[in-house]
Ligand binder design. Structure first.
Ligand code: KG4
Ligand code: ZN
Length: 339
């Protein structure tokens, strides 16, 4: 392996076009083009996402190389998101990555996006302690909610997941019901910090094993809001912070109870968080508390590596390159790619 191994990571699974350059396990640049167009619709519109990826990908890759201070000819590997995600979005990133690798005559590797969320914690960072295997990976995002048993970088097994909506989707959809702009998660979290989490009670679904469900809470919340706004027009406005706090409490409790069961069942107290919702203050608070009360060890990567980003994709490529294993041209975009 080269002494300084340069990897270009490309991420395009949903609505962010991202590119990053890594030198070994260190991030030299981490660029992202968010697609604001979806805010108008209160959610991601797949066809608009693919079109925006097409216009963003060249400038974002160019930006990443420039910020890293290297030329594309110096790259050793291109890692791209192969799946899971939106097919049209994945196709833009994967086709671009494979073509560029072909043009440069270098290897490429198709990365599993969910695996990348968990391996993001291996990025070298001054404030980041590298996790030790085995650990429980918990990915909480707008598209996924999973508890993963991680034995080694490429030995991961999903032991629990949502059977319907993802936790971030529940945050966003319930936020939309209250009139919050998309994506509602961050604002809902901020408002919740000023409210009473016990003001209203929302149901915690009973699911078998380590699985969870979020569609029931969303429906219960919609019905609750409809019922109360019929009686009091300004019900949302008058109770906004308490609604946010109570809802957040139910959404976090749903997954937190299952993380507890997973820790007990597997006898593993190391927990690595990934995905945009891991920025949530309540989940962070509860996990940190467990470090004190039950000696858990919790790894929370910096925010820029927990939401969708290309640095985590590059990191997986770099880890794979150490095994000298790359993809071939049969590695096509796969919206349902599993571990
Ligand atoms: O991982 P991510 O950037 O994209 C994917 O969905 O893959 O996650 C985005 C999700 C959105 O649903 C957003 O509302 C949520 O993460 N989110 C939060 C917070 N910050 C981001 N949800 C709750 N609290 C937050 N602080
Ligand atoms: Zn993601």
């Amino acid at each position: 392996m080269a002494t300084s191994f340069y990897t270009l990571g490309i991420e395009s699974s949903c609505d962010d076009t991202a590119a990053a350059v890594l030198c070994d396990g260190k991030v030299l640049s981490n660029c992202i083009a968010n697609q604001e167009i979806h805010q108008r619709y209160g959610g991601v519109v797949p066809e608009l996402a693919s079109r925006a990826h097409q216009s963003n990908i060249v400038p974002v890759v160019h930006d990443a190389l420039q910020k890293a201070g290297i030329r594309k000819e110096e790259l050793h590997l291109i890692a791209f998101t192969q799946g899971p995600g939106l097919l049209g979005s994945l196709l833009v990133g994967s086709s671009f990555a494979k073509s560029l690798a072909m043009g440069l005559n270098i290897p490429f590797y198709g990365v599993n996006h969910m695996q990348a969320h968990l391996l993001a914690s291996f990025i070298e960072h001054p404030e980041l302690e590298t996790p030790v295997f085995p650990f429980l990976g918990v990915t909480l995002s707008g598209g996924h909610t999973q508890i993963v048993l991680c034995q080694a970088p490429f030995d991961m097994e999903v032991i629990g997941e949502t059977k319907d909506d993802a936790i971030g989707e529940a945050f966003d959809k319930c936020g939309k019901i209250m009139g919050l702009p998309y994506p509602a998660g961050p604002q809902l979290d901020r408002l919740a910090q000023k409210g009473n989490p016990e003001a209203f009670a929302f149901p915690i679904p009973k699911m078998s094993g380590l699985d969870v469900s979020y569609s029931g809470i969303k429906t219960a919340f919609l019905n609750f809001i409809n019922l109360h706004t019929q009686k009091e027009t300004d019900f949302i406005k008058n109770n906004l912070v308490d609604l946010c706090a109570s809802l957040q409490s139910a959404l976090v409790k749903t997954i937190f109870e299952k993380i507890n069961v997973a820790v007990e069942q597997k006898g593993i107290t190391a927990v690595v968080l990934g995905g945009g919702v891991s920025a949530n203050s309540e989940i962070r608070k509860q996990l940190k508390k467990k470090e004190k009360t039950d000696r858990w060890k919790v790894y929370l990567p910096p925010f820029e590596y927990t939401t969708d980003n290309a640095a985590m994709i590059g990191m997986v490529g770099y880890l794979k390159a150490q095994e000298k294993r790359f993809s071939d041209y049969t590695a096509v975009a796969n919206p349902r790619l599993s571990f």
